[in-house]
Design a binder for this molecule. Structure first.
Ligand code: GLU
Length: 278
């Protein structure tokens, strides 16, 4: 089996040290195993994704000495493939149209008991208001769509983690319903990140998903989706997060840690690797 990894940035700002860390680990893992390394542009956020940032990503990765195997995939160019998956699996995912606004959801969740969680990796755990809108006929892609997996069955899920929390991570459908809830898969005209991510990881035959620990809980969603859609479950490597001086995870606003800035200062790519402990 060929090892295949990917780097999947969103072109919504400059690449910073955290992105470089992820891209380098993913790239080196593939190259040292004689495998493939793909680049996927996750440009589903229409208002924030910009061509300028996409070009900057290519340029910065190239400067870092990372080469990728083509072609580059852009999520905005393949909306139909995500729709087709939802049409095919609407019954299995128990898809329903959700009309709630954020405010509706907030108002509907009563103060949770101490043992209950209010937030999961997909935001506030959905109180189930629109579950009655389960599909019997055609899907309306102008609406928001959520899945409501069947937690009454004794079903469990598992993924293998090779990174920071090494081991097999298992959880039941019941636990998932309580701690994650009815995940949004479609947002009025566009697929949600979770859906697009698993569809593309499967289409690109990714064997090892390398990304930051901030997405560790999202991997539970991806595992559930992979399992319902009949996709192979890749291996996961969640790496530590690169933080600023105050211990805060780097974000797009951290221009001071952008690769551009290091380039302007005359740093070499090898020095960026050293800075990251690679
Ligand atoms: N597009 C996501 C980001 O830039 C990456 C998601 C992933 O690696 O699965 O944070």
């Amino acid at each position: 089996m060929k090892l295949i990894t990917r780097f999947a940035p969103s072109p919504t700002g400059p690449l910073h040290l955290g992105h470089a860390y992820s891209a380098i680990i993913s790239h080196d893992m593939a190259r040292s195993a004689g495998g493939k390394f793909y680049l996927r542009i996750e440009d589903l956020d229409r208002s924030r994704s910009k061509k300028k940032w996409e070009n900057q990503i290519f340029d910065d990765l190239d400067w870092l000495g990372l080469s990728w195997d083509g072609p580059v995939i852009r999520q905005s160019e393949q909306l139909e493939s995500y729709q087709n998956i939802l049409i095919k699996f609407k019954k299995d995912l128990r898809l329903f149209e959700c009309e709630c606004t954020r405010k509706d959801i907030k108002n509907a969740v009563s103060a949770p008991h101490e043992s209950e969680k209010l937030f999961g990796p997909d935001g506030i755990i959905y109180p189930g208001t629109c579950r009655k809108n389960m599909f019997s006929s055609k899907i309306n892609f102008d609406k928001a769509l959520r899945m409501n997996i069947d937690s009454s069955k004794d079903k469990s899920f598992c993924f293998s983690e090779l990174g920071s929390r090494k081991g097999n991570i298992s959880f039941t459908a019941e636990e998932f319903s309580k701690t994650v809830g009815d995940v949004v898969l479609w947002r009025r005209g566009y697929p949600a990140y979770h859906l697009a991510c698993v569809v593309d990881d499967s289409a690109q035959k990714i064997t090892h998903v390398v990304r930051g620990l901030d997405l560790f809980d999202a991997t539970k969603i991806h595992t559930v989706l992979n399992s319902y859609l009949g996709f192979e479950i890749p291996l996961y490597y969640h790496h530590r997060l690169v933080c600023d001086e105050n211990g805060k995870r780097l974000a797009k606003r951290h221009d001071s840690k952008s690769i551009q800035k290091y380039r302007k200062e005359g740093l070499k790519a090898s020095e960026v690797r050293t800075l990251l402990g690679l």
